[in-house]
Design a protein. Structure first.
Length: 250
């Protein structure tokens, strides 16, 4: 049984509604704070979400010029120029379509030699910007957030991680002409939890088990996203197919 009083859960009819609702929240936050520090995610779920934001930019002249971004993660090793990199994904699916300034974009470098220094610098830069105001998250079928795979410490900061078999299986479908990296650099769970506001979006039946385990039962390292229930300002936005197995108590 899920106790909804612990967190905000919005169940909407269609996938499109998920992206619309999430984009509405983002635009409201940017209206309140035009220099929002915005934590971004990649993955299949995020493409239509960025499309919604681009729609707001084009249709309503929504202004991203003062927004600062920090992406959650990047494969390691990989060049930011590779078509498989998350840096490339962001450029293609979001950055180049809106008026975000290059100098306001922050990314973990997948081809740094000194990854420890890179990760420490990332934490420092987030702090210097006053922390992440709004972090948007997807969820892996194994409950991961960012690349914080099952059993990641809830105290973890930005670091290098080994990718799980499940993640390699899911993500290698979208890879071409390059060996799939075994590692990644990712914000830690603590880094994510330090965000002032978090929205997690999930669509499609295959996410229903991960969402059920995230929202019900024990908060456990086995399901990294479950820790989000301890966050003071988190909202889960999911489509009805994801929610079909949930038993809610209101
Ligand atoms: P997906 O990835 O949107 O491609 O399913 C989500 C995630 O792994 O966080």
């Amino acid at each position: 049984m899920i106790n909804k009083s612990d967190f905000k859960l919005l169940i909407v009819k269609t996938e499109k509604d998920v992206f619309k609702e999430a984009a509405k929240i983002v635009c409201n936050e940017i209206k309140k704070k035009p220099n929002l520090v915005f934590g971004l995610a990649t993955g299949k779920t995020m493409k239509p979400f960025y499309k919604e934001l681009i729609y707001h930019y084009k249709k309503h002249h929504f202004d991203f010029s003062r927004v600062k971004t920090f992406n959650l993660d990047e494969y390691y090793p990989i060049s930011g120029k590779s078509r498989n990199s998350f840096r490339y994904f962001m450029e293609k699916n979001f950055f180049r379509h809106v008026n975000i300034k290059e100098e306001n974009i922050h990314f973990l470098s997948g081809n740094t030699k000194d990854y420890e220094k890179e990760c420490k610098n990332y934490e420092r830069m987030i702090k210097e910007e006053g922390g992440i105001d709004l972090q948007v998250l997807g969820i892996g079928v194994n409950g991961h957030i960012g690349f914080n795979e099952p059993n990641s410490s809830f105290q973890s900061l930005t670091r290098m991680v080994k990718l799980s078999k499940s993640t390699i299986k899911q993500n290698s479908k979208y890879f071409f002409n390059e060996n799939f990296p075994k590692y990644a650099l990712t914000m830690g769970i603590k880094t994510i939890m330090n965000s002032k506001k978090i929205i997690l979006i999930a669509v499609g039946k295959k996410k229903s088990v991960a969402i059920k385990k995230t929202l019900s039962g024990k908060i456990s390292r086995k399901i990294p996203a479950s820790i989000l229930r301890r966050h003071k300002n988190v909202e889960f936005i999911i489509s009805s197919d994801v929610a079909s197995d949930l038993k809610l108590s209101i």
